[in-house]
Design a protein around this ligand. Structure first.
Ligand code: CAA
Length: 384
């Protein structure tokens, strides 16, 4: 264990305990979310059990005495388990029955042409579904086809696929600028701009276009799914399917149900998630869901550490080595985009009112300077 690991990872473990003790998600789903959404070798509650609840509690308590920051104050449950010598993960949760498709799902729709939309379309087409992708222009739609083609070519180069499979997958993918072409899909995933007004308009439109019984899913990472449900006359059929970047690789889908979502819709979406080779975790409609609520405060803490003059490359290397995370915090921030990270952090701050969640000043400054990460060739690291 290194100092960087203790400084950045222990508060994240504490935060996972708070989420668990609040009943927002099960221990298994919290651990699965971080494993399959971020590629971590182990989930936070398993790490806690391995490091030792008392070790983590004592280190956090010492830090809390210094900082007075509530994020460092050991969670009540951590305190109790540390005292009792218990475990967070012992016993599991029993064998939950595998979800089954409660709707016929053959033809899928994706709305959007960005990285997430392209990745999601690829996932569905690769798993044998016919997919209709709706975009605002032919040029944007061409980017979706190019994205999928590039990934399939890379798989061929690596000897993991062949030309015949590529042709089949691309053959199942159709693109259109007309939303009306979604009339016969069984489920549509929306992956357009993170703007509630724009998404609300889309859901109103989809409500008019889709056949009765079709499922309307959103891949929003920060907006309330309930608001989108209320924009339609079929709120029971609206659900969140939050994929992770890059969607063809990351195995997690957070399935977000609102108070209005029909249980059968939830079950079908969890079954579909499994059918396309992903792992579903269940969560309620709250900012950050599981992964972002645990990931972004940790990234924000790393940015604060950077502001004190720490060596970013060294922190990245240390975290990869000590925690086994696939990317260091600054490498990941640059992939996600500092603008996206700032928006998520602001949303978390608003939702939880936790002073330690206030976006780090350096993150705000990076966004103001247009240093957004890989997409602008400069973020925390330089890619020029
Ligand atoms: N699209 C499709 N496939 C990709 C890809 C991409 N952009 N990038 C990599 N891959 C594939 C490769 O083809 C390769 O596939 P095979 O194993 O079948 O050959 C596999 O992924 C591994 O790739 P590499 O060996 O080139 O690279 P790597 O080992 O460094 O892995 C990574 C890359 C999978 C992205 C890994 O670094 C990782 O897991 N990073 C963590 C990403 C993460 O935390 N994502 C969550 C961000 S938060 C979020 O998304 C939520 C939000 O709301 C903002």
């Amino acid at each position: 264990m290194t100092q960087t690991f203790e400084t950045l990872v222990f508060p994240y473990l504490n935060h996972a305990v708070r989420m668990f003790e609040s009943g927002y998600a099960t221990a298994v789903d919290i651990d699965n979310a971080m494993r399959f959404g971020c590629g971590y070798p182990k989930g936070p509650l398993t790490v806690l059990d391995e490091v030792g609840p008392a070790v983590v509690r004592d280190a956090l308590a010492a830090r809390f005495a210094e900082t007075g920051d509530h994020l460092h104050q050991p969670a009540d449950l951590l305190d109790r388990i540390a005292d009792e010598g218990g475990s967070f993960t012992a016993g599991g949760v029993g064998s939950a029955e595998a979800p089954r498709l409660q709707h016929e799902i053959a033809r899928l729709g994706v709305v959007g042409t960005g990285t997430m939309a392209s990745g999601i379309a690829q996932v569905f087409a690769q798993c044998g579904y016919d997919v209709v992708v709706v975009g605002r222009g032919e040029d944007k739609l061409a980017r979706v086809t190019a994205y999928v083609t590039k990934n399939l070519d890379r798989a061929i180069e690596r000897g993991k696929s062949d030309e015949a499979t590529k042709a089949e997958v691309l053959g199942r993918l159709s693109v259109t600028t007309s939303r009306a072409d979604l009339a016969d899909v069984d489920l549509v995933v929306e992956a357009i701009a993170e703007d509630i007004a724009v998404k609300r308009d889309l859901f109103r439109d989809l409500d008019e276009i889709l056949k009765p019984g079709a499922i309307l899913a959103t891949t929003t990472s920060s907006l309330p799914v309930t608001e989108l449900a209320k924009a339609t006359s079929r709120s029971a059929d609206v659900i969140g399917m939050h994929f992770f970047n890059p969607a063809p690789v990351m195995k997690l889908v957070e399935v977000v149900t609102t108070e209005l979502t029909a249980p059968a819709v939830d079950e079908t979406v969890r079954a579909l998630t499994a059918k396309v080779g992903k792992v579903a975790v269940s969560c309620g409609d709250r900012a950050g869901f599981i992964v972002n609520a645990l990931l972004f405060p940790y990234l924000n803490d790393a940015v604060r550490l950077a502001a004190s003059g720490a060596d970013l490359t060294a922190i990245d290397a240390d975290i990869k080595e000590a925690a086994g995370f696939p990317m260091g915090p600054f490498e990941l921030l640059d992939v996600v985009g500092n603008d996206v990270s700032l928006a998520i952090q602001e949303e978390l701050f608003r939702e939880f009112g936790e002073p330690g969640f206030a976006p780090a000043a350096t993150l705000v400054a990076k966004v103001a300077a247009g240093e957004l990460g890989r997409k602008t060739k400069k973020g925390f690291h330089d890619y020029s």
